[in-house]
Design a protein around this ligand. Sequence first.
Ligand SMILES: Cc1cc2nc3c(=O)[nH]c(=O)nc-3n(C[C@H](O)[C@H](O)[C@H](O)COP(=O)(O)O)c2cc1C
Length: 154
Amino acid sequence: MKSLIIYESFYGHTHVVAQAIGDTLALHGEVKIMRADEAQINDLRDIDLLVVGCPTQWLGVTAATRAFFDQIPAEGLRGIRVALFDTRYQRPRWLTGSTAERLERTVYKLGGGIIAPPENFVVADREGPLVEGEVERARSWATALVAARVIEPA
Ligand SMILES: Cc1cc2nc3c(=O)[nH]c(=O)nc-3n(C[C@H](O)[C@H](O)[C@H](O)COP(=O)(O)O)c2cc1C
């Protein structure tokens, strides 16, 4: 299985989660981890699984992650299994927003096959730290992705 993990991170926490996911997926195949502002359309070639992680800011998606999706042409994610996660505050989701949830529609529009509900990993405050246990939870989430099947849009 060939996986690409794209992340954006201002204080390093989404990067830590992305790395934990990458380390786990590396037990099952080839993994490349890239920053959203470095990733290009060619990086999607031949991958089986795309994982995108983004910090939630102002209830939504940050610029480089949005720009990454904007460069993908129509149907550009067809045939690719996709999982989305974000980092955010540990408060009810209706208060915090969720980048991963926001991006789900974009992925479906581009033909991608979502394989897991959008996942949130939580930080204690704006600059962190990640709440205890989140890195372990990221590893478990990644393990579950390996065999997960595509969820049809509701
Ligand atoms: C400008 C700004 C706006 C933010 N807005 C939100 C928000 O609307 N909801 C939320 O849950 N967290 C918000 N946060 C907290 C971020 O989610 C948190 O900084 C991020 O998860 C840390 O990940 P990082 O270290 O990868 O940047 C905001 C942080 C910043 C800097």
